[in-house]
Design a protein around this ligand. Structure first.
Ligand code: F0G
Length: 423
């Protein structure tokens, strides 16, 4: 059985038509009995599987659905609702000047920074923390470049559970630490990068010290799948067809994996045809681009980069753990991956800001990547494209101030202010 086939006969372990399947060996597991993040037999990544896959008609409308947003798509999720703030239902911005500059048929920007804690991670946490309640744990944990920790801290607190976060010391943007801190997480700053934080928190989870809510946890990706569902519905309703391509930042490659799962499920249910699946196009920063390397070299795995560096600290990641799910996603949808420089990221962040859309550096990689691939002719002028922006401008105030205009001191006097303006 191939990972690409999303449908399979319901195994005896299933609970209410939901189970876990190993993407490497096909072994199946009960969804909420016992705690596992990878396959017991071969350590492969796990994927949530369903006996029934919904079409668009199975989703509630915004007004009637319980809490709207992510949970409007409960027919595609393991529960009817979860620990919600609520999340999802984010804008799909028009960016006419950028669209004209880049020169594509249509460009829309899906701003995930408009979620409750300011990033797409909320979509994963509303489901993940619900599962934590189901399996019965009292301490939640994650390693994070910042946004996952902010989301887990908020959703864990909301659920009344203890939260432990491991952050790479000195490499997490101020807004994100502020969030984890105020929501009352136990914050450990590790003298190592994100990948080392993840190694350690995985070891703690394996020893039963905490329930792991990084994107290695397959339930997180179920919530993030709803980004794809929203994009497909919003674009179809407003543009009359589905987008040709989705361009997104890549760190641990969870979102890439989640979007690919979304499209495989929609295709299997008959909601879309094979040719409707958007080309998944991943963007990384040049200083941390192991996925781009794997795509360019045709590898079926990524080689871990020990040293990574970029202004886009959210995606300062050298060992994308979801690569076994995400590499096929990029290849099978006829997408690609590209690396962009820190200067290109900052330029893209400014350009989006000129359209009124404020994002953090990692988010701007999608725009920088689109620009580069368009210049190289890899993306055609006839394409309709959605760029995903994953986190809000206020997440990283220092990067925003460095990229923006300088405040100028003036005296407390109208004439002197006018003088200053005219000088
Ligand atoms: N953009 C932002 C703003 C992020 O915070 C992340 C990941 C990504 C993109 C990459 O997404 O991992 O699904 O490929 N941030 C994680 C964190 C690693 O800890 O907050 P991915």
């Amino acid at each position: 059985m191939s990972y690409l086939e999303i449908t399979q006969d319901e195994p005896a372990e299933a609970t209410d038509g939901v189970w876990l399947t190993c993407i490497e060996c096909g072994e199946t597991f009960a969804p909420f009995e016992g705690i596992r993040y990878t396959c017991d037999d071969c350590d492969g990544l796990l994927e949530v599987r369903y006996a029934d896959l919904p079409t668009f008609e199975d989703f509630g409308d915004e007004a009637s659905a319980f809490h709207g947003g992510v949970w409007r798509y409960s027919a595609a999720l393991p529960f009817d609702t979860g620990v919600t703030l609520p999340e999802g239902n984010t804008p799909l911005h028009e960016v006419p000047r950028l669209e004209a500059e880049v020169g594509v048929e249509r460009l829309r920007v899906k701003h995930e920074g408009m979620n409750p804690t300011g990033s797409f991670k909320d979509r994963g946490m509303t489901v993940g923390v619900r599962v934590a309640q189901e399996v019965g744990v009292d301490r939640l944990a994650c390693a994070s470049t910042g946004n996952t920790s902010a989301a887990l801290s908020a959703y864990g607190s909301r659920a009344g559970l203890e939260v432990l976060v491991l952050l790479p010391e000195g490499k997490v943007a101020a807004g994100k630490i502020a969030q984890a801190s105020l929501h009352g997480a136990h914050i450990l700053e590790v003298d190592g990068n994100f990948d080392r934080c993840l190694d350690i928190v995985q070891n703690l989870a394996d020893r039963g010290e905490a329930y792991l809510l990084n994107s290695l946890n397959p339930f997180r990706l179920e919530g993030q799948k709803t980004i794809g569902l929203e994009i497909m519905e919003q674009f179809r309703d407003e543009e009359g067809h589905f987008p040709d391509r989705i361009v997104l930042p890549v760190g641990n490659a969870g979102n890439t994996a989640a979007l690919y799962k979304c499209f495989r499920e929609l295709e299997a249910s008959g909601a879309i045809d094979a040719e409707d699946v958007p080309k998944l196009t991943g963007v990384q920063a040049e200083g941390s681009a192991p996925m781009v390397e794997a795509i360019e070299k045709g590898w079926d795995h990524v080689e871990r980069w020990a040293d990574v560096e970029t202004i886009a600290t959210a995606i300062r990641i050298g060992n994308p753990v979801n690569a076994p799910k995400a590499l096929p996603g990029i290849r099978e949808t006829d997408g690609t991956a590209v690396a962009v420089s820190d200067d290109e990221i900052t330029d893209a962040q400014r350009t989006l800001a000129e359209e009124g859309v404020g994002v953090e550096p990692a988010s701007a990689t999608s725009i920088a990547g689109l620009r580069k691939l368009r210049e190289e002719g890899e993306i055609g002028a006839d394409e309709s494209v959605v760029c995903l922006t994953t986190g809000h401008l206020l997440k990283d105030p220092d990067a925003a101030v460095a990229a923006g205009t300088e405040p100028e001191p003036v005296p407390d006097d109208t004439d002197k202010v006018l003088e200053h303006l005219r000088s």
